[in-house]
Write a protein of this length. Sequence first.
Length: 619
Amino acid sequence: MVVARVVESEVVRILDSCCSTLNHAKQVHGHIYRNNLHQCSYVITKLLRLLTTLPHLPLNSYPLLLFAQVHAPNNPFLWTALIRAYALRGPLPEALRLYSSMRQRRVSPVSFTFSALFSASAAAKDAALGAQLHAQTLLLGGFVSDLYVNNTIIHMYVKCGVLHSARKVFDEMPQRDVVSWTGLIVAYARRGHMEAARDLFDGLLVKDMVAWTAMVTGYAQNAMPENALEVFRGMVDAGVEIDEVTLVGVISACAQLGASGYAKWVRDIAESVGFGGGSSVLVGSALIDMYSKCGNVEEAYDVFKGMKERNVFSYSSMIVGFAIHGLARGAIKLFYDMLETEVKPNHVTFVGVFTACSHAGLVDQGQKLFATMEECYGVAPTGEHYACMADLLGRAGHLEKALRLVETMPMEPNGAVWGALLGASHIHGNPDVAEIASRRLFELEPDNIGNYLLLANTYASAGRWDGVSRVRKLMREKNLKKNPGCSWVEAKNGTIHEFVAGDVKHPEINEIKKELNDLFERLKGIGYQPNLCSVPYGINDEEKMLLLMAHSEKLALAFGLLSTDAGSTIKIMKNLRICEDCHIVMCGASKVTGRKIVVRDNTRFHHFLNGACSCSNFW
DNA sequence: CTAGGGTTAG
């Protein structure tokens, strides 16, 4: 009885210190008073579970852990709770040490024990550890046909990216449930094998919300937004419930489509199932991203302002949104607003801020933040941040500085870093730096046609024709073909029309051509001259003119003018970077027609209004 | 108890 009283007072003392932080602690507290100490193991198990959710309490200082080991050394649930606490909270080796002590004392593990260890290996993405534990599970024998344990193992292999092992467990387990199937579906989806994922999904007789969502998300993550929406519609038709996670997948698919019609559609659905941007951080952040990618940064900001709770995703998405729309000041202001809250910036936040600086030429501001990001905000610069800085410096014309940064950076420069340098060399017409960058890029990305074209164009602008023909020869040898330029425009009724360069297939192509010619006449009236550098060299000026006229974004513009109301905004999306000449034409068109034109190219948005672009011709 | 989860670059 003495022991009992000591333990009780200990429990109460510690629980008192937890009570202010967690309601759950109060429940446990009450539980102890209502039931006496004969339920002590259970109480401790509950406490350990509580502990794992209170990161400010150090596990080692908790006297109950010691008590558990001394007074209930053979209770597997207690051991498991301990292991679980360390597995989820760390340090992981301590969890493993406890597991081997447990085995030495001949306490039999329960499925729970393995679930804790497997989820810890999954979280650490430690495939070797996971496989080792898997082998031990097999040796114990009793768990070979345990559905729950097998599902946890599948999940572990999926998280560690070991598809074949996940498949093997799946194939060999005696029964499978929807959890096992979903695990495997995700495994294939993560590898980009959506056909395999689809086959599994189609063969699944009982599909629940999680399984459906895995398919929606899988398609969204593999850049197949139409398929994602198709599955989502199937899910709605089947009357399956929808939650935040489902919505995030669908919203992400709509963001990829970039069409306002879909944006409105999915937002209404989110509101109607009770997960509007205001109530769910997850959905709210996804909506911010979607609206920015649909060209509607004002709406994105409205969602942001309407959110009850904001986390690092909400802030980062909004900062990136401002950045790709050229609203550098907005991005930077929001970053400083964020520092006033308890939300801490992460590596993506900084990518957003640097992108904003880069697109606005704010070199000093970007450099200062880059220099202090680690000591002031605890975010160590990665290769991605160096790529941003190379872009920031290079774009602003400081090519030598950019090159020096790349050559002295503490990690191996990746393709993005050299690509930024090559892009800057192209903008500023520096074939020497372009050569250095492309030499590395051709090794890192031998099939990326864009790099060859940039180098060739840089040579051409500098009149270095020997260089041009060398690059062309290289491209021929590698059998690299140009990606056709392709643009999409939204018609009045929300339908999307696609145009490729030189297109003649559109049913209204004659009207479009006529509209475009009319536009050119009016543009010439305000001094427009075609920019013949925007088309390949080696052909005569008349041919160049024809090619220039047939650029996909110009066709899309003409169709947009024809198919939307006067006064409404024309929204165009393009798969490649917008060309110089088209940029000039868009500026002029916004002046002579009085229309607002928004063009999303492969990197950012251009807002054309009254003859000027939001990018200030700096992109 | 186990399965689905959002932001990033040239």
